[in-house]
Design a protein around this ligand. Sequence first.
Ligand code: FAD
Length: 344
Amino acid sequence: ATPAEPAVKKAAPAAEGDYQGVWVFVEQMEGEAAPVSWELMGEGRKLADKLGVELAGVILGAQVEHLVPEAFAYGADKVYIIDDPVLARYRTEPYLHGLVKLIRQYRPEIVLMGATTLGRDLSGTVATELRTGLTADCTVLDINPETRLLEQTRPAFGGNIMATILCRTRRPQMATVRPRVMAMPPRQEGRSGQVIREELGLKEEEIQTKVLEYITAGAAGVYLDKAEIIVAGGRGVGAKNWPLLEELARVLGGTVGASRAAVEAGWASPAQQVGQTGYTVRPKVYFAVGISGAIQHLVGMQTSDTIVAINNDANAPIFKIADYGIVGDAAQILPALVENFKQQ
Ligand code: FAD
């Protein structure tokens, strides 16, 4: 029998030398940039310097000109911008059209985006349209200046291993990184560079998606993302002691986070989950109470400035990454901490 023709014919691999430069997609909503864009700019700067190429910010939106100096301040050498009313609020179609148009015209070798709801949608469609690779949710990025291959490291097989993924033959190399995984670079006032303005070339009537209404999501998740103090509980806290955990968060002016086990038990909402399938957080202080420290939890909180672990098992893995550890029963330690902090 003759093998069936593949449904999709493979595109010829792109000549790698044709592509140059590191791009960071500057995600914005209503003109406000997502902080992950600037975190990626810091990371992009390191990659661009190792390769000896330019770092560019790519801005798509309506009335977003004010983001140009911001992109320079966070490290861009160059900015590509498409400012068009059609891009006022995110829709896949026009954003895909605009970004693909820029990539085809200017050929960057690396494109980085935030692993946000928007970034996840857009990166996947762009990579598919360009027939290139995409590594989602990277936690570490590096570059080999000789091969010019982006080393994209992310948890794989349910978080049991960290895999480094290479995109050998296609360009650009595309990766997404979750908010708060990379450090925010310092702002450098007064930097500037070349600005390249392009037209979108797509009219409203050509777009097949119409957005009828926007409904703002509950504040819990957003707040967890930005919280400076997180008091997170796991299975070890138990339903009975959960209010004690909430009390500690209140006294400290913090936010309650949770492991997946606690969310599955119904003590916390999915918007409070920290970890691989929840939020990535980077607060000043992270309390892990009755949380064992499974890798899927650690990837969401291990870059917190200070980690305080409370667990009745002295051998719990969470103690390996904790700055302070208290071995004991959460039922006794939580009220003691509440009393203590109330007095301060
Ligand atoms: P356990 O592992 O059961 O730990 C409970 C801890 O509490 C133990 O260390 C115990 O010693 C301690 N303890 C018990 N009693 C007390 C007490 N009285 N006082 C003090 N300590 C006590 N998990 C996440 O958290 N976030 C994710 O995003 C996530 N994503 C996942 C994705 C995949 C694909 C998979 C396979 C798993 C994922 N998980 C995630 C689940 C993860 O593997 C763990 O099962 C989970 O993190 C365990 O939660 P826990 O630490 O609360 O519970």
